[in-house]
Write a protein that binds this ligand. Sequence first.
Ligand code: GLN
Length: 547
Amino acid sequence: MARFVFITGGVVSSLGKGLASAALGALLQARGYSVRLRKLDPYLNVDPGTMSPFEHGEVFVTDDGAETDLDLGHYERFTGVAARKTDSISAGRVYSNVLEKERRGDYLGKTIQVIPHVTNEIKDFIHVGEDEVDFMLCEIGGTVGDIEGLPFFEAIRQFAQEKPRGEVVFMHLTLLPYLGAAGELKTKPTQHSVKELRSIGLQPDVLVCRSDKPIPQKEREKIALFCNVRKGDVIAAPDLKSIYEAPMAYHRQGLDQAVLDAFGISPAPKPKLDVWQDVQDRVFNPEGEVKVAIVGKYIQLEDAYKSYVEALTHGGMANRVRVKVEWVDAEVFEKDDAGAHLEGFHAILVPGGFGERGTEGKIKAAEFARTRNIPYLGICLGMQMAVIEAARNLAGIKDAGSEEFDHEAGKKRFEPVVYHLKEWVQGNAKIARKVDDDKGGTMRLGSYNATLTEGSRVAEIYGTTAIEERHRHRYEVDTKYRAALEEKGMIFSGMSPDGRLPEIIELKDHPWFVGVQFHPELKSKPFQPHPLFADFVRAAKENSRLV
Ligand code: GLN
């Protein structure tokens, strides 16, 4: 049966709770334990699938097709444990389940209330799979004191009461602001935030304090005294130069030891940290640098492309180079020449996206990469744009485009080289959708198999012809145009096992030009860089020697 760590946050948001949780997961693994990480989000969306990347950052997709918070990406990158649908829940999902049960008559005769109906629903969710791992780490989104968060805090309070003593530990993240005028780190916001927690019945066992300065002994003692924790359980979380430093840095500060002490596990198994030492060495000691352009449209918020940047960093680690990512707004090419913005980059990545805005720019970026022999990785929309470019400029289909944009504009303007898929198979199951289905969760989502062509570039990169990758899209490249494109050198080198859906395209006579309908960035890890990203960065490195 798992032991549980609940991770909460106070004072301000964006303290890096997700990262601290992920790093703790990695440290527990380093001590030989199995872990699973989970996110409980107090917002009312049923899932983040329909939230704007501008507001919420990227939507992370699991193998089993859940659209989740980007923190699940951190969890996977640090622990290598594939997240599942049951590892992410929002207040919206909780209420939607409760209301569904109410309509079905499951609670017949009862008045439905936050306590116990909503809190029970949350607790049921936390219990899922508890017999599978040694530690279950559950992060609560938001900050203590948020109105929406209350049912979650109440649920974890009850949960801890129902478990035998010593099986639940509460870890709370706060901020110690530095006041220049006073020349000191202020502990009052932390005290208030812990007071808030205690007023709802939660006493933190471990306090993780973010600060950009070391915490002097005096302040540690004060925090311990006022927040009712032991001195050794006040853990400093200094600012880091790279997130991949987090496991080693938290270990140095004693986080994993404090958590194991709080569980009364003594003596604690010794940690094996060589993997994280190696990751850190690779991050901090690159032997060169490559410049990669990401041509996107959500570039105001870097979190919108989180996994891409991380996967590129991993690709850099594999090649011992630092990958310097620069953001290029796809819309600039609609007025300007692509060369004006893409000259000097060693490789170009066109990421996924939705909607027509910026797509003509992405098509120009693909053309630039193709004609100038610059390594190009097109992901999802980035593959679709590369195919449209080739259809227009190589196969002579001048009005090639995607049905997505016609749907959006409400009129037919394009030859649908990329079309709306309404029926497909996943494993043995047939899935069907209508154009006007709900927007939430109606895409081709989650893990699908693909078969690669023997002898193709991608088969060589993957070292196999059978792969599984994660998807999140509604539209597909139409195989109707395959022959015309292949004749011009664009090879369909990865297909769905039934041969109906193009999964990968590549250019025959190009140093490195690959488009994938899926999202390889979601599966890349610092200790196991995704082969496509590793080889893409290798090609960028090779190109950097030429330019
Ligand atoms: N908008 C495209 C589609 O739905 C691409 C989606 C994506 O890039 N994730 O097919």
